[in-house]
Write a protein that binds this ligand. Sequence first.
Ligand code: ADP
Ligand code: ADP
Ligand code: ZN
Ligand code: ZN
Length: 945
Amino acid sequence: MDKIIVKGAQEHNLKNIDVEIPRDKLVVITGVSGSGKSSLAFDTIYAEGERRYLESLSTYARQFLGEMKKPKVESIEGLSPAISIQQQSVHANPRSIVGTVTEIYDYFRLLWGTIGTPTCPECGKELTATTVDEIVNGILGMPEGEKIMILSPVVQGKKGTHQELFEELKSEGFVRVRVNGEVKMLDEPIDLDKNRKHNIDIVIDRAIVSSEKRTRIADSVELALKKSGGLVIILSVESGNEKLFSENFYCPVHQVSFGKIEPRMFSFNAPYGACPECSGLGEKMEFDPELLVISTRSLADGAIKTHPPTQQTWWSMWEALAQKYHFDLYTPFQELPEHVRQIILYGDEGEVEFHYRSSRMDVRSTSVYEGVIPNLKRRYFETTSPEMREWFESYMKSIPCPLCGGKRLRKESLAVKVAGHSIMDVTEMTIAKAWEFFQRLPEKLTPHQLMIVERVLKEIDKRLSFLVDVGVDYLSLDRKVSTLSGGEFQRTRLATQIGSGLMGVLYVLDEPTIGLHSRDTDKLIRTLEKLRDTGNTVIVVEHDEEMIARADWVIDIGPGAGIYGGEVIAEGAPAHIRRHPTSLTGQYLSGRKCVPVREKPREGNGNFITVKGAREHNLKNITVSFPLGKFVVVTGVSGSGKSTLVNDILFKALDKKLNGSREEPGDHDEVIGLAHIDKVIDIDQSPIGRTPRSNPATYTGVFTLIRDLFAALPESRMRGYAPGRFSFNVKGGRCEACQGDGVKRIEMHFLPDVYVPCEVCQGKRYNRETLQVLYKGKSIADVLDMTVDEAFEFFEAIPPLKRKLGILRDVGLGYIHLGQPATTLSGGEAQRIKLSKELSRVSTGRTLYILDEPTVGLHFDDVRKLLEVLQTLVDRGNTVVVIEHNMDVIKVADWIIDLGPEGGSGGGEVVFEGTPEEIQMCSASYTGRYLKKYLEDMKRCVDGE
Ligand code: ADP
Ligand code: ADP
Ligand code: ZN
Ligand code: ZN
């Protein structure tokens, strides 16, 4: 079987199609957005592969998985176990780091657990362990006939009278102990000050150094080790010199001892290795005074947001404190002395007397003032309500753990070194740096150590190399997985899969080039080829030109989106697609069509927003000006700092100033030029709503107009139906069985919720009476079921509706249904719905729009439409700032800001600022080089318009 044969696929918009996919090949599925690529690749092929796999599991495992929906397909032959490598990290577990998800950290644990050398966590001195034999040899190496005492140190620097210990030792038959250096008899009373620290050693034996006594000495040493847990002191009686031996690793100066070094010492997910303060999270949530206090206000004026002065007990406690510490409750918080502020927030020692009048009685009480923060902490740990927890958390921020400094492990574990490095020293490195470290490590090991860890080093090297290959070498191994971008996460997973060396697997990937600069696309493709060459089938949903060109087989789905798509337009080798007469992809690939270049960059309005001194993450204290009234594109290789600059600093700073957002922008000095804009809007790919109740019609306001129209119909007037009657959010006209949802949610354990149509209204959402009101023969439910294109024709006579629907059409969404639940729209579709809402607003011409890689999920033809929309926003005087890698977008920019030159610590600088014309001249810029090459190739394009 060398093919996967799909017959009669009908999932979503697929039109009963048959597809043959060659196995063990690199296959690209392409087509315009919404044409049905994911429906084929993920919802049909992958879903069936996964379903069959789950069915093969034991019945016991299956009962937890529930009934898996069978995709709408007649048959699929030649399917192998399927693995999908998607963009989103499903488990945003704060404990997952790049090192753990790639298994590299597991090998690190083995490495440090086998050949790690412990050092003293206090002084850093290297520690060694000694065996009983070595200790005995040491003793016998002393001059023959020397008198020695073998002591077992059982108490080291501990307070107490230690009477029980003495009793116990006596009952065990010991005769003498050495207390604080002085030998005493156990049958005489030993008085110790209970508030002093004492050292107690058991006198195990007194002997004379002689090789004939070897057995006796060895027995005594062993007993001493056993009693003290691994320590023995050999005292030479005449000279008074003593020597401490440890069976464990031990620092005699700081009295720190280590047990056996084991891999589990390095696991931050288990108590044995985890830092006891943060249990291995590396950070702690703390109440943050900055979030709690409005420092320009006084206590009387509500300085403490969580404790208003109307809370009587608190107010009266503060009155008492004010008397005790002589301060005024009407002084702004920031002007109170430091120690007073500390007391208010963290509590006071000793009791205060306070009194207040409650409605019925005079309350007089004495109590210790707890302090605002300890009070919040206590209530936070006590509460069981998720809402309350969230409320508390809104006043908290996470800080690095004060004990381990974010290193997650106990200090003993961190004191174990390989080539002078702790396990976290290396985990904190970027993948590139770690790779270098391991290249040089073998030279630093002894042949014996090398023999032990040879396999481990190979596994580590292999995995690091794959990560370098897929272009994420700038990530540090301790980077939290939850903070990775979708593309970074996917590429990390991809490298891990290659590392696992599986064969005969079907891999399905969704746009792996997301977030990747053209410079790195080649590396990525080579990785996919490697995966194929080890005997796997690789199916990629992709729009990238180079990826399509290098595929073994291409399937072009189309011709349009939604109901206008769902067919196979062309399939075959890339050359076949290129020549295909009707394939849209083929037309773009061959240059018969292209995204038109702009004649001249815009002048802009002469104003700027300037970010000064940006330092967050890898940014190197840079100052960047964003010219207003222009289409600005921020470029640079992955990890160069684009999102940090644009999303973390520019957007958050403006959002805070203009929209009053509470989120703190990343580290920078200031943002100037705010007076030139009045709004900032981030148009991202997040859903337009989280429930099936939101849909394109409700989000864009089209639905309000439609409801008004239905309420104005004669039939409605006669029945007395107001617009609310046609809402599915309120009682009245909606189906009460599903409360207007049209679907019912069934909760599945471990799996996403499943929605089934409501059996009462058959998914129509309204009750019978409401559905009897018709406009041009259609009910409101029929209207919600229309596509934008259909509705555009249908409402031709209603200008405001026609206008809004026209804009949805313009952004390329003519195919979506007005009532399609928000939860089923793709990220690109959600983004374009948001854009259409912006376009339908009356423009002030002073808005700054920010978009992060808007071409994700878009075919060449979609990119062209998107650009028209974005350019319209700029034509109206607004500013659009986008982060992009797509050359068709970069080439039509009015202004390019190129960051780099490399990713991670090798980036974070401004490489270039200027026009597309100029950047091609800038040899330091990767973007410039690739744009130049791209435009030269594009000369062949004949599609001028
Ligand atoms: P592509 O991957 O080519 O962008 P999709 O396969 O995601 O396209 O979508 C094809 C069509 O099916 C689109 O009209 C889309 O809106 C629709 N669709 C996708 N998922 C669902 C779903 N869960 N329910 C209903 N329609 C869906
Ligand atoms: P780009 O958007 O150009 O791909 P980013 O701004 O995402 O680059 O990243 C710039 C640098 O900052 C990279 O080295 C990246 O690993 C690091 N970085 C980004 N986000 C975080 C984060 N949440 N925590 C730590 N480092 C981060
Ligand atoms: Zn800690
Ligand atoms: Zn219903």
